[in-house]
Design a protein around this ligand. Structure first.
Ligand code: NAD
Length: 295
């Protein structure tokens, strides 16, 4: 039976460490501040945004939401981001995705000043991360997965990591981080056009799945002793639960748990780590702002 990799508990430990870092910064006159830009009224986005700003507050950081109407123009959104770019009390800016279709999301993400781009989606940060420059803000989900493996003492050196999915937000930066000196993994990326997916997933020592399809990975698709990281977040109807739905990942958790060595649950695995790394990036940004101010 697989060991549960408890992202909530790892996050609790990390956030306690980070609260001390926030207190140290405050003693030097800086309170790390995160501004989240939310456009429209997508309920899932609203829930994600409020959990991010709430997490900030529990650490003594400033977390604020800028809520803009669904039909906001590109110009008005850019102007709002400009104001946050210029505000010295804001160290991190995040635009919650997905944006309404009329907004050019790539241009919007590029409008965030790279020094405040704590999501790490700006091309400058993506490039810095790709070349292994420590000034980069690394996207939060890949950073959280690496941190989780490190804190769980799961070695990556020489291991075959198979990633399912090729997104810019998760899989591509994760592949680049894992193959770099240090983690030293051998990485295979698969995606929707990969034929015979199981022939790849069965080779994995560590299998990371970031697709968004319930039960994509079944027990016959993994080798015994694999470590499974399930990034997927899928909403399934559940009339018995208070909200009428529950979240599941991309992996058939119960069956794969019988075969794997360790596995992340959904919820309570990668999700909390993502928010924790967002807080870490915002603290890093506040620290860099303080250093830049020093004579
Ligand atoms: P995306 O839609 O950008 O990418 C999905 C990827 O899956 C694509 O690269 C596609 O090629 C691949 N794919 C689709 N069908 C496939 C199949 N049958 N076989 C193999 N590959 C297939 O998604 P994303 O933004 O990377 O998110 C993926 C999932 O992870 C979603 O469920 C999302 O909600 C979740 N997510 C969770 C967190 C977290 O913090 N837990 C963070 C980001 C994303």
């Amino acid at each position: 039976m697989a060991r549960n990799i408890d992202g909530t508990e790892i996050s609790r430990v990390m956030r306690a460490e980070m609260a001390q870092q926030v207190a140290d910064l405050q003693a030097q006159g800086v309170t790390p501040g995160l501004s989240v830009v939310l456009v429209g009224n997508n309920p899932a986005s609203q829930a994600y945004v409020s959990s991010k700003t709430r997490a900030c507050e529990t650490l003594g950081m400033k977390g604020q939401t800028l809520h803009l109407p669904e039909d906001v123009s590109t110009e008005d959104l850019f102007a709002a981001i400009d104001r946050l770019n210029a505000d010295a009390s804001v160290h991190g800016i995040l635009v919650q995705l997905p944006l309404p279709a009329h907004l050019p999301y790539k241009a919007v993400l590029e409008h965030i000043h790279p020094d405040k781009d704590v999501d790490g989606f700006h091309p400058r940060n993506a490039g810095l991360a790709f070349v292994g420059d420590p000034r980069a803000f690394v996207p939060c989900t890949p950073a959280g997965i690496l941190e989780m493996l490190r804190r769980e003492d799961i070695p990556t050196r020489g291991k075959h990591v198979v990633i399912v999915g090729r997104s810019l937000i998760v899989s591509k930066p994760l592949a680049s981080l894992l193959m770099a000196p240090g983690p030293d993994a051998t990485v295979t990326i698969t995606h929707r056009h990969t034929p015979d997916l199981a022939s790849f997933t069965r080779q994995a020592d560590i299998l990371i799945v970031a697709v968004g399809k319930q039960n994509l990975i079944t027990a016959d698709m993994v080798k015994p002793g694999v470590v499974v990281i399930d990034v997927g977040q899928n909403r399934v109807e559940d009339p018995g639960s208070p909200r009428g739905y529950r979240m599941v990942g991309d992996v058939d958790f119960d069956a794969v748990s019988q075969v794997a060595q360790a596995i992340t649950p959904v919820p309570g695995g990668v999700g909390p780590m993502t928010i924790t790394m967002l807080l870490a990036n915002t603290i890093q940004s506040a620290r860099q702002a303080l250093q830049a101010r020093a004579p």
